[in-house]
Design a protein around this ligand. Structure first.
Ligand code: ADP
Ligand code: F6P
Length: 344
């Protein structure tokens, strides 16, 4: 974290679609999977808005709260002691019916009834899709804050929660390495990442894994076995393979079975699962969330909407949601190559 401390200074990548807005009351919600740092973002939005005499309502349970009018006024006192806490004080939910236009019309009517001038949505690609539809169909100004441990949101180098999740997984891998070394064992560690391998590759690189499995790494079981054999030949006492869970958790067991059949080795499996979603946010995630949250309020005041705050080359910026939603962010090829070179 470095560079400018002025949340306004980098809002330069596109022109605000609206005029500078006279905001008196905004709503904020968290939606989809939670991630460490969401509370830091809620705090930054609330404190920045209150600083500008803008009222803030916290909408509970994501889109469900918009539909059921579950809202509460956020006061300065509510923001105490949450910066360091994982999860989200606003709770979160998945609300499949939000894909239906009449349901969204009901939510929009509730936004108007509550007197909200704009919304700040903390979530991922799905949550932003719903938010963008509220802007397109009902002209409700919206700014997104990217928050997911998967880091699978286009337009930003990092999402709120990703750094913490990588550190949590890495801590587990370091511990596993110790017992693996003592027993001279092969472990397969499964990390989260439904559609992407960002957690897998970063923990693999930082944890010295022999191989990292995820869709774009294109590694075969045979290649992984060869890598482990090479390590053993030069005296390595333990090996760790990392796999992203992919579509269905439990992929590590399939890999272990294939390795048993092909090499005759008994690989131990450890699935980290939701442990990666909890815990105190790292310093990076707290700062990222704080800066993005403050910038989101400033962006709304300047007339930005239909946009997401982003983190690119050390700067907070705004990118149009149309350039974010539905784009597949890929793990850079160089990282995959580097992890392989360093493991040999
Ligand atoms: P994330 O925001 O982390 O990607 P989800 O994909 O689970 O998480 O989406 C969170 C919520 O966003 C969904 O439960 C739903 O309420 C809303 N949402 C997702 N996709 C759409 C869509 N295509 N249209 C409208 N709302 C959507
Ligand atoms: O937050 C993203 C993610 O952790 C994915 O990696 C994972 O597949 C998914 O959420 C699981 O979330 P849930 O158990 O809440 O459905």
């Amino acid at each position: 974290m470095s560079q400018s401390h002025d949340p306004l200074s980098n809002l330069e990548s596109f022109s605000p679609p609206g005029q500078p807005a006279m905001l008196s009351h905004i709503g904020i919600y968290t939606s989809g999977g939670d991630s460490p740092g969401m509370n830091a973002a809620i705090r930054a939005v609330t404190r920045t808005a209150l600083h500008h005499k803008i009222k803030v309502s916290g909408i509970l349970h994501g889109y469900r709260g918009l539909l059921n009018m579950e809202m509460k006024s956020l006061e300065p006192g509510d923001m105490g002691n949450i910066l360091q806490r994982g999860g989200t004080i606003l709770r979160t939910a998945r609300v499949p019916e939000f894909k239906d236009a009449p349901i969204r019309a009901k939510a929009a009517a509730n936004v108007r009834a509550a007197g909200l001038d704009a919304l700040i949505c903390i979530g991922g690609d799905g949550s932003f899709t719903g938010a963008r539809l509220l802007w397109q169909e009902h002209r409700i100004p919206i700014i997104g804050l990217p928050a997911t441990i998967d880091n699978d949101i286009a337009g930003t180098e990092s999402t709120i929660g990703f750094d913490t999740a990588v550190n949590t997984a890495l801590d587990a891998i370091d511990r596993i390495r110790e017992t693996a070394d003592s027993h001279e064992r092969l472990f397969i560690v499964e990390v989260m990442g439904r559609d992407t391998g960002f957690i897998a590759i970063e923990t693999g690189l930082a944890g010295g894994a022999e191989e990292v499995f995820f869709a774009e790494s294109h590694v075969t079981v045979e290649q992984a076995i060869d890598g482990v054999r090479r390590g053993m030949a030069r005296g390595k006492r333990s090996s760790i393979l990392i796999t992203a869970e992919g579509k269905k958790p439990g992929r590590a067991y399939d890999l272990a079975e294939q390795i048993r059949k092909k090499a005759g080795w008994d690989a131990k499996v450890c699935i980290l699962g939701h442990i990666q979603r909890g815990g105190a946010p790292s310093a990076f995630d707290r700062n990222l969330a704080s800066r993005m949250g403050a910038a989101a309020v400033e962006a709304l005041r300047r007339g930005y909407c239909d946009a997401m705050m982003s983190w690119t080359r050390g700067r907070i910026d705004a990118v149009p949601l149309k350039d974010v939603i539905g784009r597949h962010k890929r793990v850079p090829e160089e990282l995959i190559k580097l992890a392989r070179i360093l493991a040999t």
